[in-house]
Design a protein around this ligand. Structure first.
Ligand SMILES: Cc1cc2nc3c(=O)[nH]c(=O)nc-3n(C[C@H](O)[C@H](O)[C@H](O)COP(=O)(O)OP(=O)(O)OC[C@H]3O[C@@H](n4cnc5c(N)ncnc54)[C@H](O)[C@@H]3O)c2cc1C
Ligand code: SF4
Ligand code: SF4
Length: 436
């Protein structure tokens, strides 16, 4: 269940993170002690306690602590088009780095091949060189190391489970480190993939996995394509319509903890950035971000950036978080049900109850059971690197499910059937017309 946050390695310095050769996910180098287990989000997360520490005195809701919700986009065309969504993270980083009370930003950067690591960035000129969303497993242990080694106050960019580990470590072991965090920019996160996903797509497309020099998953418009560079050239794969992509990036290739994750909308980040996947934004030419400001400071920051002409923004409501993502992403309908099932089966299950538990409508038992059976079989096949078999399976027994997903997307997002029937409330055309 390791997601590579590095909290255990901070609690027990004898640990390092390494890539598990079979599962192709990061994990600690060896078994450790109770201090390391106590901070590990693959063991448990005390969301209630952490929310109280991070947002003292603020009321939590099923969406976490929320001050404002907006749709937003960078006014800088190149930055917007290169980014994964609206280019918000880079705009925010540039704005914050220009402040006297910020000494740098700790963000994921490319090292080589598939390796990405956190780096301390102080020079604003380096911000636009940072990668977009990286969807394969990466080790984040350096983030805590950088925070400990450097004096000053820093912005930290992280996906939800990374922040869970980092804050769990800080509040139990080194509370003084809190004062070094100026602002956390969180990514909304639906899943990440083991390196098997990349091995599989390379095999399907005839790309030499061992020669990968660079990789990017997004950019060039709202959805973007997967791009893999090797000495033989650049391979581009559509993330929406390529069948092999659908096989290699099937949910069974996710880190196992993602199936149990109830914190996709990043309850612990000061400001959260995701994609605005709304029917009303589907025809825009560049990405639009969904923004959740969890405290008045971040709301004010965004309002100021808008006033200065750096952002286009429009206020929306928490309902649009649900409309933009899926219920199970926001409220954990599947994850809570799957956790119950695993516990009944005596399987290891991280202990996690988030502020969204009261809103969760648990997925039915039969669906969960079938999912688990399927997952176990698929993980076995992935371990044996039998990706072709998974391809054939998707093209045959699983095809109706895939077709249903596309049809659903077409009817809801393109034809806006639910909106026309009044089942969902849409952001008005007028509001969306400010975006490119
Ligand atoms: C694994 C993953 C899953 C996601 N799932 C969803 C989803 O289901 N729904 C949704 O709405 N949005 C999701 N997102 C967020 C979305 O893809 C965009 O990253 C987000 O909207 C920010 O876009 P941007 O244009 O502002 O940032 P960009 O300009 O693209 O900048 C991205 C920034 O994030 C950092 N970063 C990239 N990948 C990682 C990583 N793996 N760990 C830590 N930092 C990283 C980079 O250093 C960079 O600073 C996901 C992101 C990731 C990384
Ligand atoms: S999830 Fe984080 S704390 Fe737990 S084992 Fe993995 S790296 Fe260590
Ligand atoms: S879905 Fe949850 S567990 Fe998976 S990578 Fe995202 S935040 Fe981490």
């Amino acid at each position: 269940m390791c997601i590579g946050c590095g909290a255990c390695a901070a609690a027990d310095p004898s640990l390092t993170l390494e890539l598990d050769p079979e599962r192709l996910l990061y994990r600690p180098s060896h078994a450790s002690n109770a201090a390391a287990a106590a901070v590990c989000p693959a063991v448990q997360v005390d969301f209630h306690g952490l929310e109280e520490q991070v947002f003292p005195g603020q009321q939590s809701t099923p969406y976490g602590v929320v001050d404002t919700v907006m749709l937003a986009q960078s006014t800088d065309y190149d930055r917007n088009v290169k980014a994964s969504s609206g280019g918000l993270i880079k705009e925010l980083l540039l704005e914050l780095l220009a402040r006297d009370d910020v000494d740098g930003a700790i963000c994921l950067d490319h090292v080589e091949g598939l390796r990405f690591e956190p780096r301390l960035v102080r020079d604003p000129d380096e911000i636009d060189m940072l990668p977009g969303s990286i969807y394969h497993a990466v080790p984040l242990d350096k983030a805590l190391q950088l925070l400990r080694e450097h004096d000053g106050r820093f912005v930290l960019v992280a996906i939800p489970c990374q922040l869970e580990g980092i804050y769990s470590y800080i509040y139990t072991h080194e509370p003084l480190l809190v004062s070094k965090i100026h602002t956390t920019i969180g990514l909304l996160c639906g899943w990440l993939y083991s390196h098997h996903a990349l091995r599989a797509i390379c095999r399907f497309k005839g790309v030499d996995f061992d020669q990968i020099e660079e990789i990017s998953f997004r950019g060039g418009g709202p959805v973007g394509s997967l791009q893999i560079r090797t000495p033989d050239g650049l391979a581009k794969v559509s993330r929406r319509i390529d069948f092999s992509y659908q096989v290699a990036f099937d949910r069974s290739f996710n880190s196992p903890r993602c199936h149990l994750c109830i914190n996709h909308s990043n309850f612990l980040a000061d400001i959260v950035v995701g994609d605005a996947w709304l029917p009303s934004t589907v025809k825009t030419r560049t990405g639009i971000s969904l923004l959740i400001c969890r405290n008045p400071d971040t709301t004010e920051l965004v309002r100021r950036m808008r006033k200065d002409g750096r952002l286009r923004t429009t206020d929306v409501t928490v309902d649009d978080i649900k409309e933009s993502q899926k219920r199970q992403v926001v409220f954990g309908d599947f994850a809570y049900a799957y956790a119950e099932y695993r516990m009944e089966q005596g399987l290891h299950t991280p202990q996690m109850v988030g502020p969204n538990r009261s809103a969760a409508q648990l997925t039915g038992r039969r669906t969960v059971e079938e999912f688990h059976k399927d997952l176990v079989r698929k993980l076995e096949l992935q371990g044996q690197r039998r990706y072709r078999y998974l391809w054939v399976r998707k093209a045959t027994v699983e095809f109706p499910k895939l077709a249903k997903r596309y049809l659903n997307w077409f009817f809801v997002r393109i034809l806006r059937v639910k909106s026309l029937l009044g089942v969902r409330k849409e952001v008005s055309r007028e509001q969306v017309s400010i975006f490119r």
